[in-house]
Design a protein around this ligand. Structure first.
Ligand code: B12
Ligand code: SF4
Ligand code: SF4
Length: 254
């Protein structure tokens, strides 16, 4: 069943007009996603309620969808055209700005299409990011896609807090909770930041110097993004810490 779903997701990504930007010569935003599965009963979901992880408001899969058994998480890698355009220093490239805004519209459509596909097979499905209960409190959401992807075997966090997958960190994440029973993806890592070499390249890429050897200051990053929004509204973004770095499109050192 997972194979058929992955094929559906790949086809949707290849053919959806939402994954193209007409005003940028039909630029394709994302490559085909990689997919991981977590058991809805994985004890790590409970751990995310700790204040040091995400917080008490982070909902369990069963709180989103009673009776759920699996969480399907995916990473949509940006195409080389989007990634390479953002390798210059300073302001985000036009392609990256579209990747953030139009890219998220496509990401939402993909998540919705997965949920519809599952319902057509007779299963229940829910997209937390599109649910009316979804909220963000002090820059901490009640469904953190990076933490969910970590549990689903897709990759680990990093010095700058991005998730690093086997396709790198430059891309976007999404997930669907379902009562379809699926085999969980084994986690090939043990540590929270295992895929990051702590090389420090992202420290020097960050325009407002939000990153240092100890991690990333979300407030500095967020304030900088607010400034970018003022300049490029309705688009914004930055992602310099995810481009022209060794973890842009791979797990560094592998
Ligand atoms: C709020 C938010 C922001 C805030 C805060 C960012 C953050 N990292 O938390 C601001 C505005 C600064 C921001 C910036 C950006 N964002 Co943002 N953001 C979000 C959002 C909506 C929620 C994030 C959240 O809940 N954070 C929770 C806090 C607690 O996370 P944390 O501090 O990193 O967590 C630490 C602790 O949990 C600790 N820990 C302690 N105990 C334990 C135990 C376990 C088991 C684990 C796993 C961890 C753990 O480890 C973590 C690292 O130290 C998500 C979408 C979503 N619903 O998830 C997107 C998201 C994180 N953003 C994303 C992106 C792409 C960006 C930007 C690049 C902007 C852009 N598009 O140009 C930048 C920079 C990203 C970066 N380097 O972090 C992507 C990330 C993709 C990736 N590869 O990781 C996401 C997932 C959106 C998406 N749908 O794809 N973002
Ligand atoms: S650039 Fe280096 S230090 Fe920064 S997240 Fe990537 S691997 Fe880690
Ligand atoms: S998104 Fe930009 S401002 Fe935020 S941490 Fe990355 S490089 Fe710095």
């Amino acid at each position: 069943m997972l194979n058929s779903l992955e094929q559906f997701m790949a086809e949707f990504t290849r053919t959806s007009p939402l994954n193209k930007v007409a005003e940028l010569s039909d630029l394709q935003i994302f490559d085909v996603p990689i997919v991981g599965v977590a058991s809805a009963d994985d004890s790590l979901f409970e751990q995310l309620k700790q204040p040091t992880a995400v917080g008490d408001h982070h909902l369990l899969p069963q709180e989103w969808l009673p009776g759920s058994t699996s969480v399907i998480s995916y990473f949509l890698p940006f195409t080389p055209a989007v990634r390479h355009s953002n390798r210059q220093a300073g302001l985000p490239s036009t392609e990256w700005l579209y990747g953030r805004i139009e890219g998220q519209t496509f990401n939402n459509a993909l998540a919705q299409a997965i949920a519809d596909w599952l319902r057509n097979q007779g299963y229940q499905a829910l997209v937390p990011a599109l649910d009316r209960r979804f909220t963000i409190i002090n820059r901490r959401s009640n469904w953190s896609e990076r933490h969910v992807a970590f549990i689903a075997g897709l990759g680990t966090l990093s010095l700058n807090r991005s998730l690093i997958t086997e396709r790198g960190s430059a891309g976007r994440l999404g997930s669907v909770v379902t009562d379809l029973p699926l085999k969980p993806t084994p986690r090939y890592y043990k540590e929270i930041e295992e895929n990051c070499t702590h090389c420090g390249a992202c420290i020097h890429r960050c325009p407002p110097q939000a990153i240092d050897e100890t991690g990333k200051n979300h407030a500095i990053c967020s304030n900088y993004l607010d400034g970018v929004l003022k300049q490029f509204s309705p688009r914004y973004g930055c992602g310099k810490c995810q481009t022209a770095v060794p973890c842009e499109d791979r797990i560094p050192g592998r």
